[in-house]
Design a protein around this ligand. Structure first.
Ligand code: GLY
Length: 361
């Protein structure tokens, strides 16, 4: 079976890898460089608990299911690429800054709520006077940039073809079926197509109206802080005061803003100040740390904020997009379920609530 996947981010590469490993003839077409958009800009958070606060039950279940897949997925990526991706279950401490925050966290998971003294024992950097914290020892993170590189290698080692600087501009149809993906340079014929183009998902012409839900870019800016000599980085993930922080290779990553500004990825002083002020508000000693990096990326968001996963109204066109804040977290569940449905097998996780067809009248 010949499959074309549009987009070489974490989603497209993971799906391509799983399909190629099953013997499919897979080509991934990437508009720019592989794993250099949202996959590169992310913080690598596998934040099933932290990100599912307020999520509808179906999405919370997908977060948990995908987090469960992660340890095996990470081991397989490392084994098949020969690259380390630094998957770590460091746990997350979600700080309650007010009594109201504390009540909300207690209501979510009473057994995971810690008083302030116990929270400080885990993260001594937290500001005095917090009202406690939620502790989830299973929350994890991964080096998302290493992950992107490793997935591209694993995909190619499984027999897949990766073509970069090949922006798909149009899907050619023959009646009800998609037959080819057209770039400015080539036409790629296939039996099935997977649209996994992140923030660019709804930028492709040729499909019947309404086949692809509208996906909009949501800009996220991040900064990295370096400690003064001799200072230790936090051992766990920290969350609260509208930001999160993750220690990665000697730097503390602080994220992230969320702005609807189209495809603009310029870096702003406003974001830099917001992130630094909120980080120091949560951990005052970060005032002594230096901002050593700032970057931005575009998250793909559907109108209802839920992922878009499954078969489209065009029978041989599948969509894996709209991951919004959870692109890294969702990668294994997305890969397993898309592999299954493209090969006409039942998906191992419930993706029905995320059908691309939910937006059609
Ligand atoms: N997953 C965190 C973010 O999108 O900022």
């Amino acid at each position: 079976m010949k499959i074309v996947i549009i987009g070489a981010g974490v989603a497209g590469l993971s799906i391509g890898w799983k399909l190629a490993a099953k013997g499919a003839d897979v080509t991934v077409l990437e508009r720019a460089n592989a794993a250099r958009a949202a996959t590169w800009a992310a913080a690598g958070m596998i934040a099933a608990t932290a990100e599912s606060a307020g999520a509808p039950p179906a999405e919370a279940a997908l977060c948990q299911a995908s987090a469960q897949y992660w340890p095996k997925f990470a081991a397989a990526v490392e084994e098949q690429s020969g690259q380390r991706i630094h998957y770590r279950k460091d746990g997350v401490l979600i700080a309650a800054l007010t009594a109201e925050d504390a009540d909300a966290l207690k209501a979510r998971a009473p057994s995971r709520f810690l008083n302030a003294a116990d929270a400080f024992a885990i993260a001594p950097m937290l500001r005095p006077g917090i009202s406690g914290a939620m502790w989830d020892p299973d929350e994890a993170h991964v080096d998302n940039r290493a992950l992107g590189t490793a997935l591209a290698i694993a995909f190619k080692r499984a027999g897949g073809t990766l073509s970069i600087n090949e922006a798909v501009v149009r899907i050619e149809m023959d009646g009800e079926r998609a037959i080819a993906a057209r770039t400015p340079f080539n036409v790629y014929h296939a039996d099935a197509f997977v649209l996994a183009a992140g923030a660019w998902t709804s930028q492709i012409d040729g499909l019947p109206d309404g086949t692809v839900p509208r996906i909009t870019p949501v800009k996220g800016e991040m900064i990295a802080l370096a400690p003064p000599s001799g200072e230790e980085l936090p051992r766990c993930l920290l969350w609260g005061n509208e930001i999160y922080m993750a220690s990665r290779h000697g730097r503390l990553l602080v994220g992230a803003t969320a702005d609807n500004v189209g495809f603009d990825t310029s870096l702003t002083d406003t974001a830099r100040e917001f992130l630094f002020t909120h980080a120091t508000g949560l951990c005052p000693e970060l005032h002594k740390w230096e901002i050593v990096d700032q970057w931005a990326g575009l998250r793909p968001r559907a109108a209802d904020g839920l992922p878009v996963i499954g078969a489209s109204a065009v029978e041989n066109l599948f969509i894996a997009s709209g991951q919004y804040r959870n692109g890294i977290l969702f990668a294994p569940a997305l890969a397993e379920s898309m592999r299954a449905i493209v090969l006409n097998e039942p998906p191992p996780v419930d993706i029905a609530p995320f059908s691309p067809r939910r937006f059609q009248p």
